[in-house]
Structures are given as C-alpha cells and as structure tokens.
Design a protein around this ligand. Structure first.
Ligand code: SAM
Length: 286
C-alpha cells in the first residue's frame, strides 16, 4: 500500500514523474500522518455522502477520503500531477480525477452530474493564494452541499471563524457567517508540509445554513455595505460607509441613525443584525 506521508516515497514518486513544486500554485503537500485521517473523519463524508476535493496534489488526502466515502471527485489544476495521482490512487475505484480550475468549473453542474442529487461535502487542503476567493465562490453559489472542511493558513482560519462584532472579525467573517456556521477544528504546524510553508495552518469546517441568520431585501447591497464598512476598518462607520458607498457624509450619518447604530461605531464592533439594519435602511431610502 502507498504511504503518501512517507517523505522518501513521495519524493520518489514525484521525481519519477519529473515533478517540481510550484510556489505560485500553492503546492505544499501534507506529510504529517495524523492530519488527513482526521480531516476525512470530521468532514462528514461517508458510505452515502460523496465528497469533492480541491487540489489533491499527490493524493494524500484523496486516499483517506476514498477510504471513508463511496465517491470522491478531485479537481486538480496542475496537469503534471494527473499521472502522479493515477499512480498513487490506483488501488481505489471510487475516485474521479478532473484536471481543471476550481475557480472556473461550474460546481453546480459537476455536483448534479457526479452525485445525482445525493448528499455531498467538500474537503480540501486549499492552495493559499486563493483561499478567500474559493471559499466565497463555493458559498455564494449556494451549492447543494452540507459543509466545507478546509485547511487554510492559521490567521485566515481565525479571521474566518471570528464572530461579527468581535475585534478579530473582518468582511470575510461576516460573509462566511451569512452562509454558514464556521468551526475551527484543529491547528496544523508548518512542519507538517513538504515543502514547509512560512506559517502554521488550521482546519476549519463551515456547516452550511439552510437560511441566512438575517434577512435582507437586497443581498448585493448587504455585501456592499460589509465591504465598505471594513474597507477602512480603523475609521468610524459614517466615514467608511460614506467613502465606500460614495454617499455624502450627512447621508451616511442619517442611515446609521435610522438603523439605530452609534455614529462612532467601527465595522468590527457591529453585529450581523446591525449590518442587516444598515442595508434595510439604505434600501428603504433609495
Ligand atoms: N491535497 C494535497 C495535500 O494536502 O498534500 C495538496 C494541497 S496543496 C496546498 C494545493 C493543491 O491545489 C496543489 O496540488 C495545487 O496544484 C492545487 N491547485 C492550485 N490552484 C488550483 C485551482 N485553481 N484549482 C484546483 N487545484 C488547484
């Protein structure tokens, strides 16, 4: 049986295929034997729950997912890794490898075609150069998935999981909490990867909500407000909303007043309900 956490074995397979790591594609492969079994066990895949993996690399996580789920669909951008994966995953007959860009693929079509209405989760050690865009794309598309379990940089994990209204929160925290209930599962040290990145990582699980925690008439405006509020996070909300939404300052002040929010409040101090109240006030005034 292949041991994809054995550095010598992995280096040997990769070099036989003439593979060299690409920093630009965020290629840091897991070599800590404890991480993938834990991710596969906690992501919610199973005998009747399929799983999509983004960026299988040399297949270390894919291998664990294949043992835990009836079907794995793994999307890898780097075509040099396809023959590697065909070799390392040859013992499994429930894995489909797709050579494609997870940012461009129509996931909704893929899910219908590959899982035929069955339950699906996403599990991945994400390439760090596109962590937030990938997470936001997967959430915004409102895919029929139960959850997203992903490894990201530790700081990104903390930011994503921070509750709106707390110092650590940012636009991504509010957006993620709008679509899901995030949970920080466990931390992973930088020494767990080949090559080792500069910072530690963490695995987070985003449990998809059936309904957003707040209801707004204009969802696009809600996200515009969140973006504007955090675009200058040290400024007061009346200043950041005024510049971020291109509205005169007195108008921004009036919106805050009508929404029942202090003029001096900052983006990181207000809750999801407050963001919704600002959005509804703007929608009503327009
Ligand atoms: N899953 C493997 C592991 O844990 O060892 C590899 C993880 S590595 C952090 C990220 C992987 O994502 C690399 O294999 C990289 O080639 C791939 N990748 C990068 N950008 C991608 C994209 N846009 N779509 C799909 N895969 C991508």
């Amino acid at each position: 049986m292949n041991n994809l956490t054995d550095i010598l074995y992995v280096k040997n397979v990769l070099s036989r295929h003439g593979f060299t790591f690409s920093k630009a594609l965020g290629q840091n492969f897991l070599i800590n034997p404890n991480v993938c079994p834990k991710m596969a066990a906690e992501c919610g895949c199973g005998t009747d729950v399929g799983v999509i993996e983004i960026g299988p690399g040399a297949g270390v996580l894919t291998n664990e997912l294949a043992r835990n789920s009836y079907k794995v669909v793994a999307i890898e951008l780097d075509k040099r890794l396809i023959p590697v994966l065909e070799e390392t995953l040859s013992e499994h007959n429930n894995v489909k490898i797709i050579n494609g860009d997870a940012m461009k693929l129509d996931m909704s079509v893929l899910i219908t075609e590959e899982f035929n209405g069955g339950e699906v989760v996403i599990c991945a050690n994400l390439p760090y150069y596109i962590t937030s865009p990938i997470i936001m794309k997967l959430l915004e598309e409102r895919l029929p998935i139960n959850s997203l379990t992903v490894m990201v940089q530790k700081e990104a994990a903390e930011r994503i999981c921070a509750a709106p209204g707390t110092r650590e929160s940012g636009a991504i925290s509010v957006a993620v909490h709008y679509y899901s209930e995030p949970q920080l599962l466990f931390r992973v040290s930088k020494g767990s990867f080949l090559p080792a990145p500069k910072v530690d990582s963490a695995v987070i699980k985003l449990n998809i909500l059936k309904e957003p925690p707040v209801s707004v008439q204009d969802e696009k405006m809600f996200f515009k407000v969140v973006k504007a509020a955090f675009s200058q996070r040290r400024k007061t909300l009346s200043n950041s909303l005024s510049s971020g939404l291109s509205i005169p300052k007195p108008e921004a002040a009036k919106i805050l007043e009508q929404a029942g929010i202090k003029q001096t409040a900052r983006a990181e101090e207000i809750t999801m309900e407050d963001f919704a109240a600002i959005t509804e006030t703007i929608t009503l005034l327009r």
